[in-house]
Design a protein around this ligand. Structure first.
Ligand code: NAD
Ligand code: LMR
Length: 366
């Protein structure tokens, strides 16, 4: 048996976690040979409800579930964790935009960034799910000066999966026969579901579907899917969000399938002309526990306008919470190219860009 890994989950008694935790404990996230320690965090008033979730986990008798601990104190909950899933935050209700949650949830992520900086494993991988996920991830990362910005990511995999599912339904293909859809930008209604590089049965997707359907139906459908679900069921997505979290972390840790792109919200290193230092969803490939932006894709005028729209929205969001972004971490976030392209984490061990010559820099295609 391998040594167990420590996974912190915030909002552990909430809707998403009630689906997610059982799948992590079953080995769906890190593999059927990887024992897990679950460090569950909740608000003090939800600890009793969390105890119920923990008892149910125990009653499943999962062989990979090594330990469960429950915390309302962040410092204890994040202690030594290898993975942190930051889910705990207020969700939006009907008629709201995710950005309406910005000021409500922002403080949670500045505090959690600071605590991860102080007590987590130095190689911790962080996924921010609580909305607005991109900007919350930025807040957490900017408050963790001793971790690398590349250790902080935001969930756009749900949008990526929606792209595949809805395209499969339209064309009659199996989702496995669809490759390289991309979601660019913000997890908001400005996100850009890009099919210009996608294929179905290894042939260009856009040659197999009607262009008007793509522009007028498909793109807005993906962009508004979260709201459509809230309207239909009275609360935001849970099971599909849990599935996306599993896949995001699994791919990051264990690697993406050969040749396949996935979408991840990551700190921009300036690739594709996107402002460095904001959390933007890019196409990536993962291997060796790292991700790398897929480079060299052609961006046509339609795509460029869509990318710019989402980038501008993220810049406005950043402006709203600028009081939570310490000046001292600005440079590290705006000078990331080596970090993201070579797979070397420059900042995690305390070295900065000045020391980059000490690394063998590869531009290895994963
Ligand atoms: P929920 O309301 O069912 O559960 C949230 C839980 O978080 C609650 O139990 C609450 O007590 C807890 N919580 C709140 N603040 C906390 C804190 N500081 N520390 C620890 N726990 C805390 O909500 P949910 O459906 O699980 O959704 C959680 C968040 O995820 C929402 O912000 C939602 O909008 C977002 N979300 C994002 C995506 C995505 O794709 N990025 C998808 C679905 C939901
Ligand atoms: C989603 O995309 O389903 C989530 O972000 C929840 C929401 O508010 O839409």
């Amino acid at each position: 048996m391998k040594r167990p890994v420590r996974i912190a989950v915030t909002g552990a008694a909430g809707g998403i976690s009630r689906s997610l935790l059982f799948r992590i404990a079953a080995g769906d996230m890190f593999g059927k040979d990887q024992p897990v320690i679950l460090q569950l965090l909740e608000m003090p008033e939800c600890m009793e409800s969390l105890r119920g979730v923990a008892m149910e986990l125990e009653d499943c008798a999962f062989p990979l579930l090594h330990t469960i601990s429950m915390h309302s104190c962040v410092e204890d909950g994040f202690n030594s964790v290898h993975f942190a899933l930051l889910i705990g935050a207020t969700p939006r209700g009907p008629g709201m935009e995710r950005s309406d949650l910005l000021t409500l949830n922002a403080e949670i992520f500045s505090k959690q960034g600071k605590v991860l900086n102080d007590v987590a494993n130095r190689d911790v991988k962080v996924l921010v799910v609580g909305n607005p996920a991109n900007t919350n991830a930025l807040i957490a990362s900017r408050n963790a000066p001793d971790l690398s910005p590349s250790q902080f990511t935001a969930l756009t995999r749900l949008d990526h999966n929606r792209c595949k599912g809805i395209l499969a339904n339209k064309t009659g293909a199996n989702v496995d026969d669809i490759s390289n859809v991309i979601v660019w930008g913000n997890h908001s209604k400005t996100m850009y579901p890009d099919l210009y590089h996608a294929s179905i049965y290894a042939h260009p997707a856009l040659k197999q579907i009607d262009q008007t359907w793509y522009h007028e139906h498909y793109i807005p459908k993906i962009q508004n899917r979260g709201s459509e679900i809230i309207t239909a069921q009275g609360r935001s997505s849970c099971v599909s969000a849990a599935q996306a979290i599993i896949e995001h972390m699994r791919d990051w840790y264990l690697g993406t399938s050969k040749g396949e792109y996935v979408s991840m919200g990551i700190i921009s290193d300036g690739s594709y002309g996107i402002t460095p230092g904001i959390v933007f969803s890019f196409p990536v490939r993962c291997n060796y526990g790292r991700y790398q932006i897929v480079q060299g894709l052609e961006i046509n005028e339609f795509s460029r306008n869509a990318l710019t729209l989402s980038e501008n929205e993220l810049l406005s969001e950043r402006d709203v919470i600028k009081n939570l972004l310490p000046e001292s971490t600005k440079e590290a976030h705006e000078n990331l190219s080596i970090c993201l392209r070579s797979g070397v984490t420059l900042y995690a061990d305390g070295t900065g860009p000045k020391d980059k010559e000490t690394y063998l820099q590869t531009d290895r295609v994963l």
